[in-house]
Design a protein around this ligand. Structure first.
Ligand code: AMP
Length: 414
């Protein structure tokens, strides 16, 4: 178990917080502030408990140089609006300098400051000790709440933890709770749903999940590589040629592990990769040579929905079809609806499935939507995430377990 902000006294302390404020910005305006609102409970807690809050984040890829296209200034302005209070921001090309240090020294209890984009420094992504200690010198406690970058060992995510007592914020804590419990202590039946385009990206996740789940559902573009491994003709459907053999061995492994593996029974095929292309439903073994699979068909929706309805824990990563095109979004929508209707604990991996669930207006029906695409995949792969490994451990006593239950109950109510 990891220590959280609730396990330390932050009053009067300079608290360095790593957030993931890597938000999309167009013409100086933030177009989606989900990542910022997700970090607010942690920031608000620190304000309410009289900490001096110093936030760090990256934005985009400025390639280790100060580049004003990637300044965090718009983020600082938006954060001030969200919090309803001033946010100190100094656009230092070196992130830390004497002006920044002086501003930190001037902070009063409950004040908030945002540092400039940590990726203005080339050392950030190299996780060097010099920039880590420079950042750490600004604070007395480190709070990591950036799940989206927890799979990267960078100065501001892992390096600083070498110099300061380190705890997690609410966001990381919630991610670890839902993803961790699904993997380690799932209520059964445990069903994982994998989709998306490439098998290659998700092989290790599937391999790890085959050791944990009762049922593995495979839909989306990756299903065609499995079909190919089974000897079906897939027409013009997307194929990950390099991984056909591996797909075959995963099918074997599922059998060995006695995991029920569900593939589509029928698919919606189109002549072209276009929303308005002529389309029709075909069974899995009769995909026409001149067509491509774009979505799962109605029989498959029924099959997958039944498995979902019986599950007690569900993890979903990757769309069931080309959901960006409305005519081929039906399968993904139906699966999202089945999850929304289920009583199970539902955990949605970041990225496309999170976007799909939000697009369908079903986000508040899910137990947890991960804020990290890459990070949630690595978590599901069973990898150690450096940003989480860096957080101090809490001794596992009965008292602490009670304390955690209390925290989660309070969070779930919010
Ligand atoms: P991934 O990044 O691997 O999770 O893939 C997500 C992408 O897979 C989305 O942009 C979907 O449009 C795409 N996708 C899902 N199903 C299909 C399919 N049958 N053919 C082509 N692309 C697909």
């Amino acid at each position: 178990m990891k220590k959280t902000i609730e396990h330390i006294d932050v009053k009067g302390m300079k608290v360095l917080v790593r957030c993931d404020f890597n938000v999309p910005i167009k013409d100086g305006k933030i177009t989606d502030d989900t990542r910022m609102t997700a970090a607010l409970p942690t920031i608000q807690y620190l304000i309410d408990h009289d900490a001096k809050v110093i936030i760090m984040s990256h934005l985009g890829r400025p390639k280790g140089k100060p580049d004003m296209e990637y300044t965090l200034k718009p983020v600082a302005d938006h954060l001030a609006e969200l919090l309803g209070k001033d946010v100190v921001f100094i656009s230092s090309p070196t992130v830390v300098d004497d002006k920044v240090r002086a501003a930190v020294d001037d902070l009063k209890e409950g004040d908030v400051m945002l540092l400039e984009n940590v990726r203005f420094r080339p050392e950030e992504t190299e996780n060097t000790f010099d920039f880590s200690s420079e950042l750490a010198s600004l604070g007395q406690i480190f709070v990591n709440d950036a799940f989206g970058t927890a799979h990267r060992a960078h100065c501001s995510t892992a390096g600083v933890a070498g110099y300061l007592p380190t705890v997690s914020g609410y966001l990381i804590d919630k991610e670890v709770k839902y993803l961790g419990e699904a993997l380690e202590r799932p209520q059964r039946p445990f069903v994982a749903i994998m989709g998306g385009a490439k098998v290659g990206d998700k092989i290790s996740v599937i391999e790890n999940l085959l050791n944990k789940v009762d049922t593995l559902i495979i839909g989306g573009g990756m299903a065609y590589t499995f079909f190919k491994a089974l000897g079906y003709e897939i027409g013009q459907s997307i194929l990950d040629e390099e991984h056909i053999e591996l797909a075959g061995s995963l099918l074997e492994k599922a059998k060995e592990k006695k995991v029920q593996l569900l593939l589509p029974e029928d698919v919606v095929c189109a002549k072209e990769f276009d929303n308005d292309s002529e389309s029709a439903v075909f069974s899995k073994d009769s995909i026409p040579a001149d067509m491509m699979g774009m979505d799962i068909g109605p029989e498959t929706v029924k099959l997958f929905s039944e498995a979902i309805a019986n599950a007690k824990t569900i993890v979903w990563n990757g769309p069931m079809g080309v959901f960006e095109m409305p005519n081929f979004a039906v399968g993904t929508r139906k699966v999202a609806e089945a999850l929304a209707a289920s009583e199970a604990t539902t955990v949605i991996g970041g990225g496309d499935s999170a976007a799909a669930v939000t697009q369908f207006g079903l986000a508040d029906k899910m137990s947890h939507i991960s804020t990290g695409g890459g990070a949630s995949l690595e978590f599901l792969e069973g990898k150690v995430l450096p940003g989480i490994a860096a957080i101090d451990n809490l001794e596992h006593t009965d008292e602490n377990v009670e304390l955690y239950k209390h925290i989660y109950a309070a969070q779930d109510k919010n």
